[in-house]
Design a protein around this ligand. Sequence first.
Ligand code: 4AD
Length: 474
Amino acid sequence: MQSTDLTTSSTPTPRPSIDQLKADYAGEIVGWLEKITPFKSHAFLVIRDGAGLKHRIQVVCSLALIEDLTVESYVSLTGKCAKLPPKATSFHPFEFHATSLTILGKALPDYHTKCPHTAGPELKIAERHFHLRDPEFALLTKIRAQLLASFRDTFEDMGMTEITPPSFVGVECEGGSTLFHLKHPGDSGQPEMDVYLTQSSQFYLEYALPGVGDCYCIAGSYRAEKSRTRRHLTEFTHAEYECHGIMSLEDHTTKLQTMLTGVLTHLLRRAGDLLAAYSKIRTERDDRDPDEKRTKPIDLVQRLKTLIEMTKSILHLKHQDAIELLKKYQIFKDDGSEYGPRDDIPEAAERKLIDKLGVIVFLTHFPMETKSFYMKADPSDPSRAWGVDVEVPGVGEVVGSGVRESDYLTLIKQMKLQGLKEEDYREYLDQRKYGFGMTSGMGLGVDRFLCWILDLFSIRQAVTFPRYPGCVRP
Ligand code: 4AD
């Protein structure tokens, strides 16, 4: 038998990240040099390898090591951890005594001019690749990641399966005016095909549901919004679900409420520390752009606890009652006239009303003509839709949702009224022909939701790389 020379290697010990360092660690650490403080005989450095205090360490080294050093350079240091002197405080109960330092990625010396935290909102977007190094925005980005995880936790708790829907689609879902048109390669020898970027993955969840059961997705949705408002993006993160066996509007709102409480509760569990650290920086910084209109001091852990309580007593408000409240609070149209019983309530008026009410609102029973063709009509008043928008103070609408029309012929009628062609919606209509599961579902704008949780002024502050009219970089 031929022998094979098998070489084995022992399991390598990975270099610990800064948050994993122990008091007795000796070896190499790597990270970005956030701060240099020289003294007569030695220097203090702060090295960072992530967001938050645990990802920073104080380094003590000789003055010889800091020659040529520039802030934000990426460096490697060797040495060992040592206990802090008595009464000293730092990021950890120990500091790092460095005996050598190598600059691996040198930063130009003008880093501090690029995007200081006092910069205005426009610069913070134009220089997002620098702004992401800001400790406050880096923490926000980590909180956002935990929010996405909290959605997944909640949807899984609710027994749903994650679906990965496409971004290129053949038909509109939420009205033609905000569709992005694109060309998609055709089959060999065939012309290019007209496609759109998806506005919502609702239809794909409806297609998956009969096979996999209740399902959800967290994906990008795209709307060619013309207006540059503080609530609109052209690309946003959309958390959507679709459930079967929904026989009443109450069945639907019960699920919505479970989701809202669940997501916020998971977020508190996952991100309490991050929220506390982020609140501390926001409170300490007193040089904000006045547009950002934030209150101080900021305690976002307490705020999140309050929001969780708010999800337990939600106001259910019918559209016609909302119109009456608009009159009561003297919220009028731009021309000064009152809103009529079947008027679509524009977002500015809606937001004013919700701010007056100061609670989470499930806005229901919209006039059918103001909603998408797939909405189910209220059986006791077919001119009103079993749709539910979730409205929150300070932000306005964060969720669009509703019970889906189950009847094939009614659906066709509603499509015709909205000028949609039956042949474009074959797969959608097939759901009604082959055992429709009495579904309802929702779509939640994650970016708006994060604005609400963190009490941010503009949606652009909640997004890592925002896209809106005029902004496609970085
Ligand atoms: O109300 P919408 O249009 O509902 C739908 O898309 C449904 N098909 C969802 C479903 O039932 N599966 O959008 C849902 C939410 C809005 O409430 C809002 O939070 C967010 O998506 N949204 C936007 N967020 C940022 N920028 C935009 N341009 C947005 N358009 C909608």
